[in-house]
Design a protein around this ligand. Structure first.
Ligand code: SF4
Ligand code: SF4
Length: 161
C-alpha cells in the first residue's frame, strides 16, 4: 500500500475491533487490571504511525510509547491495549494468525490460565482482520514480522524449545 492514510487505517482498525475484548466480561477483575499498572517509565508500544490518530496518553517521541497513568478513555486507547494479550502474527508467506503474546505470559492470567477460560471468538476473528489490514502497509508488515519474532523468542524461552 503506497501513501497509506494512517489516520484512516487506524480508525478502520479500531472500528473493526469495536468493543470486542478477549472475554465477553471485564478480565480486569481477574488481576486487578495488571496490564494498566505500568509506571512513567513503561508504556504500550505504538504501531507504526499510530500516533497520527491517538488522543490518549502521552507519546514518548523517540520510543513511540504511549504512557498513561493507569486510566484512560477506552474509546481512545492504543491498539496494543485493545488486543492485549494477543497479537496478529505473520508467517514467511505473509499469512496472518492470532497468537498469545507470550511476552505477557507472566503478567496476564488470560495466558497462564488459558485452558480454563472461555474466550470470545468474535475478538479473534476481528483481530485476524486487523492483522490483514496492517499487512497491506509495508511498514506495518515489517512491524508484524518484528513482533512475531519477539513473541517466538519468548515462546521458545518459556517452553525451552
Ligand atoms: S493483565 Fe490480562 S487479565 Fe488482567 S486486565 Fe490485562 S488483559 Fe485482562
Ligand atoms: S492506555 Fe488505557 S488501556 Fe492502555 S494501559 Fe493505559 S489505562 Fe490501560
Amino acid at each position: 500500500m503506497k501513501n497509506t492514510d494512517y489516520k484512516k487505517m487506524y480508525e478502520k482498525i479500531y472500528n473493526t475491533l469495536g468493543d470486542l475484548t478477549p472475554l465477553e466480561v471485564d478480565c480486569g477483575v481477574l488481576c486487578d487490571g495488571a496490564c494498566c499498572k505500568g509506571d512513567e517509565q513503561t508504556g504500550m508500544r505504538l504501531f507504526p504511525h499510530e500516533e497520527s490518530c491517538l488522543k490518549v496518553a502521552e507519546i514518548e517521541s523517540g520510543e513511540k510509547l504511549a504512557v498513561c497513568n493507569g486510566t484512560c478513555n477506552r474509546s481512545y486507547r492504543p491498539l496494543a491495549c485493545r488486543i492485549f494479550p494477543f497479537f496478529p502474527t505473520i508467517d514467511e508467506n505473509g499469512k496472518i494468525f492470532v497468537e498469545p503474546d507470550y511476552r505477557a505470559f507472566r503478567l496476564c492470567p488470560l495466558l497462564s490460565h488459558s485452558d480454563e477460560i472461555l474466550f470470545d471468538q468474535k475478538f479473534f476473528k476481528a483481530l485476524k482482520k486487523v492483522g490483514k489490514f496492517l499487512a497491506k502497509d509495508d511498514e506495518c508488515k515489517e512491524y508484524l514480522y518484528k513482533i512475531t519474532e519477539e513473541i517466538d523468542m519468548y515462546h521458545s524461552f518459556l517452553y525451552n524449545e
